[in-house]
Design a protein around this ligand. Structure first.
Ligand SMILES: Cc1ncc(COP(=O)(O)O)c(C=O)c1O
Length: 377
């Protein structure tokens, strides 16, 4: 049973079928001024409009990138470097590495000051924390919509409104939110998406940045994507992303209802039956399909191995950190001690999860943790 959809999910058949013509017969380069090129350009422009519609933004705002990481880099570095306000960036210590490392690059190579807003132990950021961090020279505020490790959801419309009170642009990484949370009324100036989290292939993403905002490109070349992202566009995958995103958006109400019920029963059962289990992240403001725990007196890797033996695939937190011995930067920033943070395990359910899956997974977790607790005694 695959319970790691926050890491990636399979490509949907509809997305692949929509992409197929643009990998074969309609293979033109959208910049070419002949029939092949024009057909590809039309498909790309249609994909752009469909993504923009889901985001409640304009087609011209949408730039296709190689994925979520590049989109975060373009939004954080591109908007900050083009800003005339100054060299100060506001973000949080629990962002994805794509945002944190972009911030660190700005600090190291472009003399930026970076302020990390205070985050509550459940991963929540308050409007006051953002207000307190903003300065006259702040170029950008970047805060994720939903945290990949602990599932905590931020109130983006309110937080972006705080940035706007001070005339500061706001970026949100919505990679984990897509398909689970509303995307069309965020009030953000820049939004990041990644195709492979919603049923499109890996290697395609979106940096949607409002047209009026100046952006310094990070990839230079032929000036595609309105000069914001050079390189021949991946038409087929852009079409796949638009298709998968639209489908996920249409199915969202049912998926949310189904996953929330399964996830809540799973949480109750794990907390009751797995010795030493405690929930990380928020109990209320949480992605519907997300459950993350620490299991005191165990090790996350050992729990994962026991789970795998019982047919359950989960992860220790973020896929990027998997395999590293370091405790998660997210959990330690929330005040969880490093050795305890190393006992973390994340379960992220697919949209089509059933109550039977949830029950079987909870039983496997309890059995795995019990087996380990016995061996640790
Ligand atoms: C919150 C978040 N942002 C960005 C990314 C990076 O996206 P990609 O894998 O498409 O580069 C991920 C992927 O795990 C993510 O969870």
């Amino acid at each position: 049973m695959y319970l790691d959809t926050a890491a990636t999910s399979p490509v949907r058949r509809e997305a692949l079928e929509a992409a197929w013509p643009f990998l074969t017969g309609t293979f033109g380069n959208p910049s070419s001024h002949h029939e092949y090129g024009e057909r590809a350009a039309t498909a790309l422009s249609d994909a752009r409009s469909r993504v923009a519609r889901v985001l409640g933004m304009r087609a011209g705002d949408v730039a296709f990138t190689s994925g979520g990481t590049e989109a975060d880099n373009l939004a954080v570095i591109g908007i900050s470097l083009a800003s005339e306000r100054g060299r100060h960036l506001v973000t949080s210590p629990i962002e994805h590495e794509a945002v944190l490392e972009s911030a660190d690059y700005l600090r190291r190579r472009h003399d930026f000051d970076v302020t990390f807003v205070d985050v509550a132990p459940d991963g929540t950021v308050t409007p006051d924390a953002v207000r307190a961090a903003i300065r006259p020279d702040t170029a950008l505020v970047s805060l994720a919509y939903a945290n990949n490790e602990i599932g905590t959801v931020a109130d983006i419309p309110t937080l972006s409104a705080v940035a706007h009170e001070h005339g500061v642009p706001f970026h949100t990484d919505a990679v984990q939110a897509a398909g689970w949370l509303p995307l069309n009324d965020l009030g953000a100036d820049a939004v990041t998406l990644a195709g492979h989290k919603v049923g499109a292939p890996k290697g395609i993403g979106v940096a949607a940045i409002r047209g009026r905002l100046p952006v310094e490109p990070i990839i230079h070349g032929g000036g595609q994507e309105r000069g914001r992202r050079s390189g021949t566009e991946n038409v087929a995958f852009a079409v796949a992303l638009a298709t998968a995103l639209e489908l996920a958006e249409g199915e969202r109400p049912d998926a949310v209802a189904r996953a929330t019920a399964v996830r809540d029963a799973f949480l109750d059962s794990v907390l009751a039956d797995a010795p030493g289990a405690f929930l990380t992240g928020s109990t209320s403001d949480r992605l519907p399909n997300h459950a993350s725990f620490c299991f005191r007196e165990t090790s996350g890797e050992a729990v994962l191995l026991e789970l795998e033996r019982r047919g359950v695939t989960a992860s220790s937190g973020s896929a990027c950190a998997a395999g590293s011995d370091e405790a998660s930067h997210v959990l330690t920033a929330l005040g969880i001690e490093a050795t305890l943070a190393q006992t973390s395990v994340r379960f992220t359910f697919p949209a089509e999860v059933t109550p039977q899956h949830g029950e079987a997974a909870a039983a496997a977790v309890a059995a795995s943790v019990r087996a380990l607790s016995a061996s640790f005694l």
